[in-house]
Design a protein around this ligand. Structure first.
Ligand code: DMJ
Length: 620
């Protein structure tokens, strides 16, 4: 067993001074002080001369920049120029004018308009993502409209998710955010014309997948098209928001049977839509991530419908999980709806485990992110779990020291596995969000809002985002495999490199033959987006652009749409035949937002569900 990576205080190298706010006057006085004391020159004639020139220059500037706005009326009615005002004006940054927004843009934005995308390079790149979305949608519309997914090579549709037209609903809010009115209208009209009927006729669907993609998509479309403002559709495209809400309610009413049929508060995994019945998955178990990742959606539905039943049922799951024994906050990936207990010892943040951790912090944020209320236990569970991650799951690879999150397939007493699913790459974004609560790192540091745990989590977020990006860089296509293993003292395998010989991490990352596929997944670009918003470090944008270009190069299909790949380590890669719904719902949405204006879907006003559907944070 190798040692776990200590994230001790000395590992957190934050240059707080770099972010500390200094007033212009302080800057001036500190410069003078630096001149006089540090260089010990105040008494020498050059020092005095320099100080004199500094003050003389300032005085001239003050006098020359007369402006009536800098004046106040004194009691005799005479105009007096106020030096303080003018000095402040000279030293202040020019004010950022609020952008003029159409009503629909206004809906997508928070009150702040910081970080506008004035750089034409990023505006052009954002446009390329929008074009890619348009291309993906037109392939889907041409060959698969109304099916769950497009098979772009065979040019047909397939119902892999129960037949509710999942791509239509997953893509809808991305089209709204991108301002693609025709697509909003096509997708919205399809929902209005077909979805209720489909829901009433279809057979088996998975509670989690249907909630995050279809219910989440409807709720986000409801909000973004102005649902909470009244019955008018403020985007002027697609149906009235009330249509989305009605369909969402009908769907959720049927999904509730998964909760109501179970003998415990842990829901069954499968629902028969047409008769609103539910049953367990074939093995009897539900996935922990699945039962604990429906709360954002059910809570918001309760808020907008005025009916608490959705939230009540969904929140019982988390309240119940709170009472179960855990390993340093970490939980097994299976849970039994029959007994309500966890099953097995397999602990991981990849498939079946991932969004349990994501929703702990996001549900708390959705409910206002306050301490000392009935949701605080979620924050506490999250903090404990991330401590557990740092202690039990985080290691460094050799020879180059990439920080990764492994697995404990036999619990904390069993052997550590250096396996990391691409799915784990949601974690850097969630860690950063949980640390600053959606504020920029600069603001959070300036306002002293970051605890020790927050700083550790933020540091881990940045390290893991690097690893996730290197999982792309290391392959011949520039696209990540579904699963990577990391070379450690205890584990190594030769001849399983990614195919990019110039990557300095070629020896650190091991890609087994069975894991070389790429499903157009979003997790890494999701984390790059969140980290860019929070740190403002443009490297995250550059990395996102590299990934986007690789998608364009290797996954675009001539006849329309994009496809999953079979093997990212060879060029040209062998292609699969599927465009997953989350390529439109998540991957392209996060890339679009990464290259765009920070005030669109601000992270302190919205939480993204695990399928990237933004839902508003409850106002407190
Ligand atoms: C999405 O459906 C969701 O993000 C889910 O939580 C995990 N996997 C896919 C995308 O990879």
């Amino acid at each position: 067993m190798s040692k776990s990576l200590p994230y001790s205080v000395k590992d957190v190298h934050y240059d707080n001074a770099k972010f500390r706010h200094r007033s212009p006057l302080k800057v001036l006085s500190q410069s003078v002080l630096t001149l006089s004391t540090k260089r010990n020159c105040a008494s020498c004639s050059t020092g005095k001369f320099l100080i004199l020139i500094l003050f003389f220059g300032l005085a001239c500037l003050l006098l020359m920049s007369k402006s009536p706005n800098d004046s106040v009326l004194n009691e005799k009615g005479k105009v007096t120029f106020v030096a303080g005002l003018r000095l402040g004006r000279l030293l202040r940054k020019p004010p950022r004018l609020p952008p003029r927004l159409s009503p629909d843009e206004g809906q997508l934005r928070g009150s702040s308009a910081n970080g506008s995308n004035s750089d034409p390079k990023w505006a052009a790149r954002q446009q390329s993502v929008k074009d890619a979305f348009d291309y993906a949608w037109s392939g889907y519309r041409k060959f698969a409209m109304g099916y769950d997914e497009l098979m772009p090579i065979s040019q047909r549709g397939v119902d892999g998710l129960g037949g509710l037209g999942a791509t239509v609903v997953d893509a809808l809010d991305t089209a709204i955010i991108m301002g693609l009115d025709n697509i909003v209208s096509e997708a919205g009209s399809w929902v209005e014309a077909h979805l209720l009927e489909r829901i009433s006729q279809k057979d088996q669907v998975n509670l989690f997948e249907t909630t995050i993609r279809v219910l989440g998509g409807l709720l986000s479309a409801y909000h973004l098209s102005g649902g909470e403002q009244g019955t008018m559709n403020i985007t002027h495209n697609g149906p009235k928001p009330a249509i989305y809400l009605n369909v969402a309610k009908d769907l959720a009413d049927r999904l509730l049977s998964a909760f109501n049929s179970s003998p415990t508060s842990v829901p069954y995994s499968d629902v028969i839509l047409r008769d609103s019945t539910a049953h367990p998955a074939p093995g009897g178990m539900s996935s922990t991530a699945e039962v604990a990742s429906v709360q954002l959606e059910f809570n918001y539905l309760s808020a907008i419908s005025g009916d608490p039943k959705y939230s009540t049922e969904a929140m019982k799951v988390l309240a119940h999980i709170k009472t179960l024994p855990k390993t340093e906050g970490l939980v097994p990936i299976y849970i039994s709806p029959q007994s309500g207990d966890f099953v097995g010892e397999n602990i991981r943040l990849g498939s079946r485990g991932d969004s349990y951790y994501e929703y702990l912090i996001k549900v708390w944020l959705q409910q206002g992110g306050k301490m000392n209320n009935s949701y605080t236990y979620l924050h506490d569970m999250y903090i404990e779990a991330m401590k557990g991650v740092r202690h039990l799951l985080v290691r460094k690879s050799i020879p180059k020291g990439l920080v990764f999150v492994g697995e404990l397939p036999y619990g904390s007493k069993g052997e550590f596995s250096p396996k990391m699913d691409h799915l784990v790459c949601f974690l850097p974004g969630t860690l950063a969000l949980g640390a600053t609560k959606g504020l920029t790192k600069e603001k959070a540091l300036k306002e002293n809002l970051l605890s020790f745990e927050d700083l550790e989590n933020l540091k881990l977020a940045e390290d893991l985002a690097k690893t996730c990006y290197e999982m792309y860089e290391v392959t011949a296509t520039g696209l990540a495999p579904e699963i990577a293993y990391f070379h450690t003292k205890e584990y190594s395998e030769d001849g399983l490199e990614g195919g990019n010989k110039s990557s300095m991490y070629a020896k650190d990352i091991i890609i087994k033959h069975a894991d070389r596929h790429n499903l157009l997944r979003p997790e890494t670009v999701e984390s790059l987006f969140v980290l860019y918003r929070i740190t403002k470090d443009t490297k995250y944008r550059d990395q996102g652009w590299q990934i986007f270009e690789a998608f364009e190069k290797y996954t675009k299909v001539k006849s329309g749409g994009y496809t999953s790949l079979d093997d990212v380590t060879e060029v040209p890669p062998h292609r699969r035949d599927k465009m997953e719904t989350f390529f439109l719902g998540e991957t392209l949405k996060y890339l679009y937002l990464l290259f765009g204006d920070d005030s669109v879907i601000p992270l302190d006003k919205f939480v993204f569900n695990t399928e990237a559907h933004p839902l508003p944070i409850r106002k407190t």
